[in-house]
Design a protein around this ligand. Sequence first.
Ligand code: IMP
Ligand code: MG
Length: 171
Amino acid sequence: MTVLIKAEDIQARIRELAAEIEAAYPPDDEIHLVGVLKGGFVFMADLIRAMSARVTLDFIAVSSYQASTRSTGEVRLLKDVDARLEGRHVIIVEDIVDTGLTLTYLQDILRARAPKSLRTACLLSKPSRRLVDVKVEYIGFTIEDKFVIGYGLDFAEKFRNLPHIAVMEET
Ligand code: IMP
Ligand code: MG
């Protein structure tokens, strides 16, 4: 495998994203991050540590069926958030936006909980793969259509622990 994004470049970009997020909300308002398990947990862990004490967090888990050719990909909710979202500034924190189907599903169900605001942060985006036009306010890096691993992203549940983003070699 080859390194696509170095660990230090990820950390530097996360500090920029954290500053951008902090500046976008009134200073006294809480910001509630909802991390998408499992892939989003590493990004979430670093993002919250680059933010101020007003951040709170929760997790949600979904399973996305491979739906590269279908426009209505099935997404299943495996674990809901623990706390209510009503009246809160909510940011969904996800590892990657690929077809956009997972995030479209998540935005729809979380928006129905009447948050004060709802935004999305993704470490990576593969715009060439998009099947649905989903709004993602905060994107770490835009990448080409290559299967990537590391920093939360897996191949058959492995490699999530790599500190960098790597490209899987052709098999
Ligand atoms: P979606 O296609 O935007 O719905 O993305 C669904 C999920 O596919 C993401 O949350 C990731 O978990 C996974 N995924 C998409 N592209 C990659 C990749 O390059 N490596 C590892 N997982 C990926
Ligand atoms: Mg994921």
